[in-house]
Design a protein around this ligand. Structure first.
Ligand code: HEM
Length: 516
């Protein structure tokens, strides 16, 4: 014991008092409660359950739900959180008490990158959110508006098929293919231009996005210890977020200026019959209105422009990649889907959107892929606006709520053989819709904060898939069998397959794509 000097003993004692002090601070600041909280696993002092935020938290929470039940209470740092993992509880949150759980927590990333959480996705519940959601839905996302973008989808799917044609017989990275497709479609609809351009304001936006994506998804101390926001300054995170916001603001300003100049030129030259109004034009029109319940600022306008793009692109390309992954793993399903689309469109050289209503199996296999691989497995966090009782448990006000759509989609109480990819379950029961009344199937969430873009997303998914399956046969790279195609995931804002899916398209002579 001769190495235990009086100095080290003193330092050790101070350290011990510091830790005990922190623990006391930790418990004394826990919210006082009257009711019974849901079951909770063992927590660490200070950190609470932060250790459960693993690289795949949706898996960790699913395992915990098997041990503790479908409603779990966690303390993530300082933030009270509940995780919901059954259809019954999802119904309580998304339907019965929807009005209580319709807000979002103000997370640090969106406070910068969504211009003060003023987009639809991250804004708190209230008149502003109601107003901007209504604008986005009516101008971009109603079925009528989604139908009106058919030509854009058609041209961009043609472009994708042309690219596949040139790579026929060789290995193709489907992630790149699908990401280009969804970016180009949304960019044309929202900003009037294709995304894949190196130059001009859109090129600038692409680069700004690339820089800010990791910041959006990364771990941030301030989201779990609101009192320790200063850590974000010390760690340099705030500086990076400010830089990201500046770049996004500049890129948006250029896009807006370009639109305003075009509109001015058109007004000066007389009416322009060729240029179609895009989402930025709509927002500029709304921005000028004097009769809005809550005025829309310049920054709000930018947040809304970016929101449609961010919310609608990766989600859709991700669902396409997971669907093709399951087809590669299940040759029986792939063959049946190809037989369906080739039969339905046998008298034409091309599948178009009028054929989709007859493609029941293809619609079913898309849903089945989203059941097993929901692109946003924990949905987007919600926050309770007041205290609420869920199944006999007290949920305090300002509790963060995570709904584990991944666990619910694989719950044996809701699904027979839940781990088997079987589109027939959706084909036989066409009642299981994306707005599932039973709350077993939640890839688009639900309630008043549910995804307003499901029709837009599905329209792209279904036509892209139908045409890929109609014109091409799909093989695995040499030496790879269906059982070798992995489904390992990389969790993020959208949960992608860890390694990009690579397949080999083979031109089918009977259904050859004739090019654009
Ligand atoms: C396959 C494609 C898509 C999937 C899987 C998907 C999934 C989701 C999910 C899970 C949520 C959270 C819902 C909740 O909290 O209950 C959401 C919200 C949202 N989605 Fe989608 N989405 C898709 C496509 C789109 C598209 C194409 C758009 C727009 C162009 C869009 C716009 C939004 C918006 C604005 C919100 C926030 C709604 C709010 O907070 O009020 N989504 N989406």
């Amino acid at each position: 014991m001769d190495y235990l000097t009086p100095l080290s003993l003193l330092l050790f004692t101070i350290f011990l008092f510091f830790i005990l002090g922190l623990c006391k601070w930790d418990t004394s600041r826990s919210p006082s409660r009257s009711g019974r909280l849901p079951p909770s696993p063992t927590a660490f002092p200070i950190l609470g359950h932060l250790h459960l935020l693993t690289d795949k938290p949706h898996h960790t929470f699913t395992r915990l739900a098997h041990q503790l039940g479908p409603l779990i209470y966690l303390r993530l740092g300082r933030v009270p959180t509940v995780v919901v993992s059954s259809a019954h509880l999802a119904r309580l949150v998304l339907k019965t008490h929807d009005h209580i759980f319709a807000s979002r927590p103000q997370l640090v990333g969106p406070r910068y990158l969504s211009f003060g959480c003023s987009d639809v996705t991250y804004s708190t519940y209230g008149p502003y959110w109601r107003q901007v959601r209504k604008i986005c839905v009516s101008e971009l996302l109603t079925s009528k508006r989604v139908n009106s973008f058919q030509l854009v989808r058609d041209e961009e799917v043609d472009r994708m098929l042309s690219s596949v044609l040139t790579q026929s017989g060789s290995e193709v990275d489907l992630r790149k293919l699908f990401s280009t497709l969804t970016n180009d479609i949304l960019c044309r609809v929202a900003f009037g231009r294709r995304f894949t351009t190196e130059e001009g304001p859109i090129g600038k936006l692409v680069r700004a996005f690339e820089g800010s994506e990791a910041l959006f998804a990364g771990f941030c101390v301030g989201d779990y210890f609101p009192e320790w926001k200063w850590v974000n300054s010390v760690s340099g995170l705030n500086r990076k977020l400010e830089k990201g916001m500046k770049e996004l603001r500049e890129a948006c300003n250029e896009i807006i200026d370009e639109h305003m100049n075009n509109n001015n030129n058109n007004n000066n030259n007389g009416s322009d019959s060729t240029r179609r109004e895009d989402f930025v034009d709509v927002l500029l029109r709304v921005h000028r209105r004097q009769d809005l319940e809550v005025p829309i600022t310049d920054d709000n306008l930018k947040a809304l422009m970016l929101d449609m793009f961010v919310a609608g692109t990766d989600t859709t390309s991700n669902a396409l990649e997971w669907t093709m992954t399951e087809l590669a793993r299940n040759p029986r399903v792939l063959k049946k889907a190809q037989e369906e689309v080739r039969k339905v469109a046998s008298h034409t050289e091309k599948v178009d959107e009028t054929h989709l209503q007859h493609l029941r199996y293809i619609k079913a296999l898309v849903k089945e892929a989203m059941r097993l691989h929901p692109p946003v497995p924990l949905l987007i966090p919600r926050e309770s606006m007041e205290e609420c009782n869920l199944d006999g448990y007290e949920i305090p006000a300002k509790t963060r709520v995570l709904i584990n759509a991944y666990a619910i989609g694989r719950d044996p109480q809701s699904w027979e053989d839940p781990l088997v990819y079987s589109p027939e379950r959706f084909e036989d029961d066409s009642n299981i819709d994306v707005k599932d009344q039973e709350y077993n199937f939640l890839p688009f969430g639900g309630g008043r904060r549910g995804c307003p873009g499901s029709a837009f997303g599905l329209a792209t998914l279904e036509i892209a898939l139908a045409r890929l399956l109609f014109h091409f046969d799909w093989e695995l790279p040499q030496g790879v069998g269906p059982q070798d195609v992995d489904t390992d995931e990389s969790f993020g804002l959208v949960t992608f397959k860890k390694s990009a899916l690579v397949l080999v398209p083979i031109t089918n002579k009977s259904y050859e794509f004739k090019g654009m």
